[in-house]
Design a protein around this ligand. Structure first.
Ligand code: ADP
Ligand code: MG
Length: 769
């Protein structure tokens, strides 16, 4: 008899071979299998009647097979299935589905799930590429019938191979639930479960797989039943408890207690070029409070593009320097590091004190690097600005007091700044800055062990950026407009999705793939299967995975191939614009494949106004600050993600002059791209755009999981489960504060044991100092 932690191969019906397939999906124990929840449910007790279906809805239908045929059209083979209920019929079509031949026989009962489409040829509806299951009949055993029909039936994501489709999982999970009856230990303190009115663990597991009669289907589909909520809470509670523990450990460590004397204040006042905004004052206050405390600071400074984070960070660095420590600023690219360096030097020149600044990037020549490393090591360099080179070049600081990490999610190295301090020195303070507005729920869990400060106010004097969508055919008007702006001594960026050629060589382009599939279908004149496919996978599966209940039926694979979309590239368009529509202007080219020196030269020339128009890729996305630039043109805007478009737009509107963001769109724009572009035109609020982005893409893709250290949840979903996350955080804090403590000694010990194990296994990635 297996227990929850038995290897999954001992579960009845699994065995060594299947267990390997399960392991590939992260299912190693009996417990893992139980936490692999159905992603949707079908009501096979009260099935829908065909005449109540409405076009456009996703529906699940049970009907009888009337006929099936493989049609060989000129373009591709089509498999057509006709099913019926009484005098109503429904037609189902699969493309390229030769493998379906011979699968259906008249009289069989099938369950179908898909989008209801109107049919041109008759009054009946049709389904394109629905998911299907052939239901058992009297020749099947009683148990199979019991699990498959006449009840609310769970539908699972395939675990690999048709063998492990839904029907197999129902049976195995059902048997497992029988075998462990009464043997599932509660992992939360009984008093907490009671106080929160949560469902019991074992009953919850049972009911999410096999909901009792009368359970609301709507609640089931949205994972909002009490058993679902209980399991989601459980997962989030352990995440938050782990983060809470990390915060507590950090508070116990010895850091530096900086002082803020009048001398320090005076030093800051000397360099400030303008009055800080109220938000800048408040966030600096929060940072300085941390710095004065004896434990190391771990703080995230969030602020929309252009909100003025840099000056806040610089003031914090001056606090460290005036206390006799060194401060380091790490930027994600050489362009940014250089820009920060030049800006900091200019500001600090205003001071009567002589600060020693050092730049350290990978592309410096070896002699310079060696010399700069020595300055840093001897403590003579007070402010050090650089790229990852600061970590990679094994620079050892003499007295490192504060590390500022710019745009850390592009780094993934939050941990390694430790390498920079000498072993016998106290832990430096760390300030992470990000211009990607992060919805609060994500910030809570992603950066759960960081404290968060938010710069939610723009410096005064900014005029809103005018954002317009322009179809490709009208780009001539755009180039005229650019010429006019340049005639007024303004500068412009023109951004392209690719460097050269028409293939995507910038994997960071969030939506390059998404739109390509659509373009293919559109240009080949095939039915818009990818639309309905996307719709399906978007709405019915979690984590954006394709629900390949029936492997082989994947719209993406069957989408007809075409030559691929014609993409304009930065290199080609630079040439074309320079010699054509923008002839006579000084047009520069900047992209990631130039070597670092060239990049820097181009960037400086643009900064100094020696280049009028900069044709670029997304290398200009982050942080570039040229206040005289007033036009941002993005070609193939439909291929960029919301966060990218927002960042790109943030490159203009940095001065007092009126600025423009022009989004040029190509031939075919998907529904989702439409939504993104409309949002860009509608609002300039980064947090609003981030919320939308998050809800459109889901947390996994909002930031790459790996990059962000976002845990791979078994049941929780940060978009859907915001409220539960807040609750879990609150409960975790309460639990960790043992006064008088919740639960018995034994219960508490169990919670801690489970935390260690869960943290190790599931959240091993979340490491933030
Ligand atoms: P980001 O938050 O995107 O890093 P920056 O720090 O680059 O923003 O600031 C954007 C621009 O606003 C810079 O040119 C900066 O000098 C200017 N700025 C910052 N704070 C203020 C302020 N309080 N008043 C006026 N201008 C400011
Ligand atoms: Mg401190």
């Amino acid at each position: 008899m297996p227990g929850l932690d038995s290897p999954v191969k001992f579960v009845r019906g699994v065995g060594p071979q299947v267990s390997e397939m399960l392991a590939a999906k992260g299912i190693q124990t009996a417990e893992d299998l139980l936490y692999h929840l159905p992603f949707r449910y079908e009501d096979r007790q009260n099935p829908r009647s065909l005449d109540e279906l409405k076009p456009g809805e996703m529906a699940s239908v049970i009907a009888e097979v009337r006929g099936a045929a493989l049609l060989r059209t000129r373009r591709m083979p089509l498999f057509e299935l006709t099913v019926g209920q009484g005098r109503h019929a429904l037609k189902c079509i699969w493309f390229h589905a030769t493998y379906l031949e011979g699968k259906f026989h008249a009289g069989q009962t099938v369950a179908l799930y898909g989008k209801i489409e109107p049919s041109r040829s008759s009054s009946n509806f049709k389904m394109i590429q629905p998911q299907f299951e052939i239901l058992p009949d009297s020749s099947d055993d009683a148990e199979t019938r019991l699990l498959e029909v006449g009840r609310i039936t769970p539908v699972y994501e395939s675990l690999g191979g048709s063998r492990l489709a839904s029907r197999w999982q129902r049976k195995v999970i059902f048997n497992l639930l029988e075998d462990i009856r009464g043997k599932v230990p509660e992992c939360l303190p009984a008093s907490m479960v009671a106080r929160l009115d949560m469902a019991d663990r074992e009953a919850s597991l049972r009911e999410v797989h096999f909901p009792p009669e009368g359970t609301s289907l709507t609640q089931l589909q949205s994972w909002a039943t009490p058993p679902h909520r209980r399991l989601i809470f459980e997962e989030l509670f352990f995440l938050e408890l782990g983060l809470e523990l990390k915060r507590r450990k950090m508070r116990e460590r010895a850091g530096i207690a900086f002082e803020t004397s009048d001398k320090v204040r005076e030093a800051i006042r000397e360099v400030l070029p303008f009055h800080p905004t109220a938000a800048q004052k408040r966030t600096l206050g929060e940072i300085v409070t941390d710095m004065r405390a004896g434990s190391p600071m771990r703080r995230l400074l969030q602020g929309d593009v252009g909100s003025g984070k840099t000056i806040v960070a610089l003031q914090a660095m001056l606090v460290a320097i005036e206390n006799g420590y060194q401060a380091a600023l790490m930027a994600p690219t050489e362009i940014l590091a250089t820009q920060h360096f030049l800006a900091a030097r200019k500001l600090l020149e205003r001071s009567s004190r002589k600060y020693r600044l050092v730049l350290l990037t990978g592309s410096l020549d070896e002699d310079r690097k060696r010399a700069n490393r020595a300055l840093i090591n001897r403590g003579e360099a007070q402010l050090v600005i650089g790229t990852h080179a600061l970590i990679e070049e094994k620079v050892e600081f003499d007295r490192l007091g504060l590390v500022v990490v710019d745009e850390q999610h592009r780094f993934g190295v939050l941990q390694r700044f430790k390498l920079m301090k000498k072993p016998n020195q106290p832990e430096p303070d760390v300030l992470v800055m990000t211009a990607t507005p992060i919805p609060r729920t994500l910030a809570l869990s992603l950066y759960g062990d960081l404290d968060v400060s938010v710069l939610d106010e723009l410096p005064p004097g900014r005029t809103p950026i005018v954002t317009r969508r322009v179809p490709e055919e009208r780009s001539a008007d755009v180039w005229d407009f650019v010429r006019k702006q340049v005639a007024q001594k303004r500068q412009a960026y023109i951004v392209y999705p690719v460097i050269e050629g028409s293939s995507d060589d910038q994997p960071e382009l969030d939506f390059s793939h998404d739109d390509r599939v659509l373009t293919d279908a559109a240009t080949s004149g095939a039915p818009p299967i990818s639309e309905s496919h996307r719709e399906m996978s978007g709405k019915t599966t979690r984590k954006g995975k394709t629900a390949d209940l029936f492997p082989g039926i994947s719209a993406q694979k069957t989408a007809p191939k075409s030559k691929g979309a014609e993409l304009k590239s930065a290199v080609a368009m630079h040439e074309k614009l320079r010699t054509g529509p923008l002839a006579g202007l000084r047009v520069g080219l900047l992209h990631g494949r130039l070597d670092a020196d060239d990049k820097e030269v181009i960037m400086r020339r643009f900064q100094r106004g020696e280049i009028d128009v900069l044709v670029a890729t997304t290398v200009v996305e982050v942080g570039v600050d040229v206040p005289n630039a007033t036009v941002m043109v993005v070609e193939h805007a439909e291929r960029f993600g919301l966060a990218q478009l927002h960042q790109l737009r943030g490159r203009v509107g940095r001065g007092a002059a009126k600025s423009y963001c022009i989004l040029i769109t190509g031939q075919s724009v998907s529904e989702q791209a439409e939504e993104r572009l409309n949002a860009m035109v509608r609002t300039q609020d980064g947090f609003e755009l981030a919320e939308l982005d998050l809800s459109m893409r889901g947390p996994g893709e909002f930031f790459g999981t790996r990059q962000a250290g976002l845990p791979d949840f078994r049941v929780a979903n940060l978009v859907r489960d915001r409220a539960l996350l807040e609750l879990a955080k609150h409960e975790a804090e309460r639990f960790a504060t043992v006064k008088p403590g919740e639960g018995t000694e034994a219960e508490r010990a169990r919670v801690w044991a489970r935390l260690r194990e869960a943290w190790q296994r599931r959240y091993g990635l979340v490491e933030a100092g």
